[in-house]
Design a protein around this ligand. Structure first.
Ligand code: C2E
Ligand code: MG
Ligand code: MG
Length: 592
């Protein structure tokens, strides 16, 4: 037996996960039968490991293993043939063996052979006297060895076949992909992953029809996929409603996938997936042996997700999308830790200037995150991610604490300044948000009118009724509400008038175009006058030039904020900046 063959044989044995497992009655029953048929005291299911014979089952033996060297069972495993030794002491090869030294004289062993032809070991019977074996006895031993193999394969299949579809599952898929890497390293292949339906479609169908619908769907789809593949091509059931297969080299996958897509959606005729489920197919090409099996599966899954997002039936894996997703996932994962570790998060503030007096009336608090490995993460990036999760609550909590503690310091120092804090849609959905804010104001002994909360139109519209309740409570408590990024949403001013807001912040996209575009000037002009008519104070965001500032003054805008006036800066820097730019002595007056 060559070294490579022995290596593959050991690999097959180890993959079965049999070695060093506890005895089981299923095997012992067969071993006892072998001992009875031969009328001999010793029998065993003996597996040939690297350097030992290990007994999965044994009768009349105390130990678990013997050395492989000069063990007749090793010969059975290596040759995958029967070995019969009437008298070990009379045998040239085995006279000096471990067994002979232990007093064993007779040996008969039948091979345990896998479907792939690997000899795992032997079912053997041993006697302490020399003996012959009849053809009937040997045939029985052979049959019993076959039964041992069936038992081994049955045990191995358990947990590898999906009971619903009857197809090999993800564990088997990963194993087979690793085998492919070993058997055909460097070969280019394509993974096809079929995702049967969108989550919401499945939920809706199960709600209406019960979970047996889902079972049927999966069975039908599995059968349809199986029958669309060549007989020697395996279909796998890799997740509850996902199937996969590896296309063969040179196969016309475009045509195959197009047909598959039709078939899965039920337009292919015989197979009826019913109720308009949308199938998404992800393709991932890979080089056998070069990528880890679970990465190949992940790439296929990613591609199917991209197909869903792009609302197309089929998409190929895109490393760029994958990277972006990995980054989003990582940021989300790490933000939780950032909330608890000092130094990663900080507030900066950007001054707001009263356009009549030219003095600073307050500032907007903006959150900054320095990731320990990725460095500074733009607020526009991480906040959009965090806002999708429950972490938004502790995030806003963190910002409010930091903002109020600084407001407290300003108040003690006699600084006449307000601070604005941005609030997310999800915060407005918390039923106790307003109450929490009031509690914080009390704890920090801050007058409510010192705090302004900025909400965007879309944040309010996300769940208008709940949001309105919170905003009304905040307004009732004296906290000022501002509409941020005004003009970018779809709501009309008439609708916004229902909001208990006092301030409108015109989005920087309009302000930026002011100096060059007549249209932008007209727009800002009417926004300002309408807002004033409705009783709002108007702030222009993102003022970048002297021209824009001058125009805003002429239009009658109340306040401005932007890099031309002052960039967002750290709190200490802001306090130094204030020394050179005194706060507005007049304070705020109602605009209208
Ligand atoms: P926003 O509330 O509209 O904040 C104004 C953004 O405009 C800030 O971006 C600010 O740095 C930027 N900006 C100010 N002046 C100029 C200018 O002259 N030109 C330009 N191009 N940009 C200017 P930042 O800090 O990156 O924040 C982006 C967005 O992230 C904010 O938009 C806000 O929606 C959100 N955000 C920031 N901090 C927080 C926070 O603590 N909580 C929540 N919920 N959202 C926050
Ligand atoms: Mg804002
Ligand atoms: Mg804004």
């Amino acid at each position: 037996m060559s070294q490579a063959q022995e290596h593959a044989r050991l690999d097959a044995l180890h993959k079965l996960d049999l070695l060093d497992t506890p005895p089981s009655e299923a095997f012992d029953r067969i071993t006892r039968m072998a001992s009875q048929i031969f009328g001999l005291p010793i029998a065993a299911v003996s597996l040939t490991d690297h350097d030992r014979q290990w007994f999965k089952s044994r009768v009349g033996v105390d130990h678990w293993c013997i050395p492989r060297d000069k063990a007749p069972c090793a010969e059975v495993a290596e040759t995958t043939g029967t070995v019969l030794i009437p008298d070990l002491l009379a045998d040239d090869c085995y006279a000096g063996s471990h067994l002979a030294r232990q007093g064993v004289r007779f040996y008969a062993g039948a091979p345990l052979v896998t479907r792939d032809g690997f000899g795992l070991g032997a079912l053997c019977v041993l006697g302490t006297e020399p003996r012959r074996a009849s053809a009937t006895e040997m045939a029985a031993l052979h049959d019993l060895a076959q039964m041992v193999m069936n038992q081994i394969e049955l045990q191995h299949a358990f947990g590898r076949i999906d009971p619903l579809s009857g197809l090999p599952n993800r564990i088997q898929f990963l194993d087979d992909l690793e085998d492919l890497g070993r058997d055909r390293p460097g070969e280019k292949r394509l993974l096809v992953l079929v995702d049967l339906a969108r989550g919401d479609q499945l939920t809706a169908a199960v709600r209406a029809l019960g979970s047996s619908f889902l079972d049927q769907l999966v069975k039908d789809a599995g059968r349809a996929l199986r029958s669309s593949l060549a007989t020697d091509q395996k279909a796998y059931h890799v997740a509850a409603t996902q199937f996969a297969f590896v296309a063969r080299p040179g196969e016309d996958t475009a045509a195959r996938v197009a047909a598959l897509s039709k078939l899965m959606e039920g337009s292919g005729g015989e197979f009826d997936l019913r109720f308009g489920m949308t199938t998404a197919i992800g393709l991932a090409s890979f080089v056998a042996g070069a990528a880890a099996a679970h990465d190949v599966l992940r790439m296929g899954h990613n591609a199917a997700c991209d197909a869903r997002a792009q609302q197309v039936p089929v998409t190929s894996y895109s490393p760029w999308n994958d990277e972006a997703h990995q980054r989003r996932f990582r940021l989300l994962n790490d933000f939780g830790a950032a909330l608890g570790s000092p130094g990663q998060l900080k507030l900066v503030v950007q001054p707001r200037i009263d356009l009549r007096s030219g003095g600073c009336v307050g500032a907007e608090a903006l959150l900054r995150w320095t990731h320990p490995e990725l460095g500074n993460i733009p607020a526009s990036e991480f906040i959009a991610i965090v806002e999708q999760t429950s972490l938004v609550r502790p995030m806003t909590g963190w910002v409010l604490h930091a903002a109020l503690s600084r407001l407290q310091a300003w108040q003690s120092a006699g600084l006449d300044l307000d601070l604005s804090v941005n609030v997310s849609a999800a915060n407005l959905e918390e039923s106790d948000f307003a109450a929490q804010v009031q509690l914080l104001l009390l704890n920090y002994r801050i007058r409510p009118e010192r705090l302004e909360l900025e909400v965007t139109e879309s944040a309010v519209m996300a769940n208008a009724q709940r949001a309105l309740r919170q905003l009304e409570m905040l307004d009732g408590a004296g906290v000022r509400v501002a509409i941020d990024d005004f003009g970018t949403g779809y709501s009309s001013l008439a609708y916004l008038q229902r909001l208990p807001a006092k301030v409108v912040k015109i989005d920087r996209t309009f302000v930026r175009r002011l100096p060059e575009e007549e249209r932008a000037r007209t727009l800002v002009c009417s926004m300002v006058s309408l807002s004033h008519d409705l009783g709002y104070r108007v702030v222009a965001e993102g003022v970048e030039t002297a021209d824009a500032l001058q125009l805003l003054g002429a239009i009658g805008c109340d306040e401005a904020q932007g890099n031309y006036l002052a960039r967002p800066m750290e709190l200490d820097a802001f306090e130094r900046w204030l020394d050179a730019h005194p706060s507005a002595a007049t304070g705020r007056t109602a605009a209208a």
